[in-house]
Design a binder for this molecule. Structure first.
Ligand code: ARG
Length: 265
C-alpha cells in the first residue's frame, strides 16, 4: 500500500496520542496498591515543624514527631495516602482555607474562634499554657503577674491569646515570634523576661537546650486546652475518616505507642 506524506503525519499523530494516554494511565498506577485517597488524590498534611516533641525537622529535612507519627498511623487505618509538609504556622492555616493543605496537624488547640474557620477532629491531646522564666527573676504565679514584663509568644497561638486575655490586646510588652524557639532564645539573652507557650513543648526545649537556670511556672487559672486535627470547614468526608482513624489508633494501641515514644517518662 502506498502511504503518502499526509497519512504518515496522521499515523504519527495517532501514535503520539496513544503514548500520551498510556503515560497518563501509568501515572495513576503509581499510587500505593489498595490505597484510596479522599476525592482521588494524595492528602497534603501541613504542619509547623518547630514544636517538639509534636513536630520538628529531622536531620534529613522531613517533619517528625508525635503529630507526624499520629497522622501517618491514622491515615494507614483509613487507606489514605498522606504527604506531610512543613508549611509553618500561618501558611498552614491559610493553606487549609485556600485548599492547598487538606489537613493541619501542629498541636493546634481547638478554640471557638478557630471552629468558625475549620473543622476539628475529636481531641487527641490535653495541654496547658505555662510560663518560662529565669530562676533569678522575681517570682510570679500567673500570667497576670507578668504585667510590665516583656513576654514572648509564638504569634497567632493560644499563648498570645492568654497573655492578651490577662494584660489586654495590644499589651506593649508582648513580643510575637514566628517560632517558640525564637522567644526562648530572646529570653536567654535577656531581651525579654518570659515566654508563654504549651507545657510539653516548653519542657522539651528545656531538655534539648539544657536550660537549667529557668523555671516553668504553671498558672493554675489557665484553662486546659485540647489539640485537634484541622480540616477545611465542611470537609466532612475527610473529617469522618480522620475521626475513625483516631478512634482506631486509640483502640489498637498505636496511640499509646506513639505517646510513649515522644512523651513517655
Ligand atoms: N497549641 C497552641 C495553639 O494552638 C500552639 C500550637 C503551635 N504549634 C506549632 N506547631 N507551632 O495555638
Amino acid at each position: 500500500m502506498e502511504v503518502n506524506i499526509h497519512m504518515k503525519k496522521k499515523f504519527s499523530l495517532l501514535f503520539l496520542a496513544c503514548l500520551f494516554v498510556f503515560a497518563l494511565a501509568g501515572c495513576g498506577g503509581g499510587a500505593k496498591e489498595g490505597s484510596t485517597s479522599v476525592s482521588g488524590k494524595k492528602i497534603t498534611v501541613g504542619t509547623d515543624a518547630s514544636f517538639p516533641p509534636f513536630e520538628s525537622m529531622s536531620p534529613t529535612g522531613d517533619p517528625e514527631g508525635f503529630d507526624i507519627d499520629l497522622i501517618k498511623a491514622i491515615a494507614e487505618t483509613q487507606n489514605i495516602e498522606v504527604q506531610v509538609k512543613h508549611t509553618g504556622w500561618d501558611a498552614m492555616m491559610a493553606g487549609l482555607e485556600d485548599g492547598s493543605v487538606d489537613v493541619g496537624i501542629a498541636g493546634i488547640t481547638i478554640t471557638d474562634d478557630r471552629k468558625k474557620s475549620f473543622d476539628f477532629t475529636t481531641p487527641y491531646f490535653t495541654a496547658k499554657q505555662v510560663i518560662l522564666m529565669k530562676k533569678d527573676a522575681p517570682a510570679v504565679n500567673k500570667v497576670a503577674d507578668l504585667k510590665g514584663k516583656k513576654i514572648g509568644v509564638q504569634s497567632g497561638t493560644t499563648g498570645q491569646f492568654l497573655v492578651e486575655e490577662h494584660l489586654g490586646k495590644g499589651y506593649s510588652g508582648l513580643k510575637g515570634f514566628e517560632e517558640v524557639a525564637g522567644a526562648i532564645e530572646d529570653m536567654k539573652n535577656g531581651r525579654i523576661d518570659a515566654v508563654v507557650a504549651d507545657n510539653a513543648v516548653v519542657k522539651k526545649f528545656m531538655e534539648q537546650l539544657k536550660l537549667d537556670n529557668v523555671n516553668i511556672i504553671e498558672d493554675t487559672s489557665a484553662k486546659q486546652e485540647q489539640y485537634g486535627i484541622a480540616v477545611k470547614k465542611g470537609n466532612k468526608e475527610l473529617l469522618d475518616k480522620l475521626n475513625k482513624g483516631l478512634t482506631a489508633v486509640k483502640e489498637n494501641g498505636k496511640y499509646d505507642e506513639i505517646y510513649n515514644k515522644y512523651l513517655g517518662r
